[in-house]
Design a protein around this ligand. Sequence first.
Ligand code: 13P
Ligand code: SF4
Length: 323
Amino acid sequence: MNEQISAASLYDRVARVIPKAEWMGFQDDVEAILELKRKRNAVILAHNYQTPEIFHGVADIVGDSLALARKAMEVEADVIVLAGVHFMAETAKLLNPEKTVLIPDMAAGCSLADSITPEDIALLRKAYPGVPVVTYVNTSAAVKAASDICCTSGNARQVVESLGVPRVLMLPDEYLAKNVAKETNVELIAWRGHCEVHELFTADDIRELRESHPGVIVLAHPECPPEVVDAADFSGSTAVMSDYVGRERPARVVLLTECSMSDNVAVHHPDVEFIRPCNLCPHMKRITLGNIRTALEENRHEVTVDPAIAGAARRAVERMLQI
Ligand code: 13P
Ligand code: SF4
């Protein structure tokens, strides 16, 4: 193995957030995964909520949902392992129909994706004839296929405004829709889906944080309730939050989002103090080094999209990526 990318030499990257003893337990899987990637001509795409041993240890491409979708289009490997949740793997498959796309645990779902079905969209289209449907990428391929265009938390406003209409159905995240509605003149009709991680943050949490950690800068993900975003100093997708920390270098910061995010960003910013109230996403946490290794060893679990809906779902994603 090339010494430069051995598991032992990778430890320096994560020493701030993973104790040495814990890393020793990861080393065998990291070495095996690096070797399997070479053998299978595979790449690992990892979302910002993956644990640091995955994010900094074995991933080739990292980012928010938008970046992962964009970069999935440029992948040249034969195999893509999606270290994230099922809708992300489906999006990668839609954009790479010829490649093998694997997810290490098929049960890695999402409360937002589970909150809406294509039948719900059909009913909404009847209730709001002619109103275009924008769906968050946190949805199944079948729901994407029933929509006009997708969006992520990183481009939602641009997508909504690109349609040039006064009214849009923005589904399924109620809070994302309400947060975007504050920034645009387009009327947004929302659904009642919520992210089970971000809906737990409250404006009281922020008040308490400001009292206990004077001067703390509060960044909130737009899946948080609107009153939380209002009480924060800044709001943006996971990539936008990470860029904010790099650009503004706050002395003290709290990221109101999934727990691994602070660990992954802290690796790059030893001068920033990260305050850590956070919530775990049980779906993201289903992905481990162990099941990434098994995915590559046993070629599982392969993600496929029903050909009857793949074309329409791909069009909705590609339309978003053109903006
Ligand atoms: P972004 O990375 O696009 O901000 O999405 C957050 C999220 O909850 C993905 O599951
Ligand atoms: Fe879904 Fe929320 Fe988990 Fe993201 S953090 S995968 S939106 S449940």
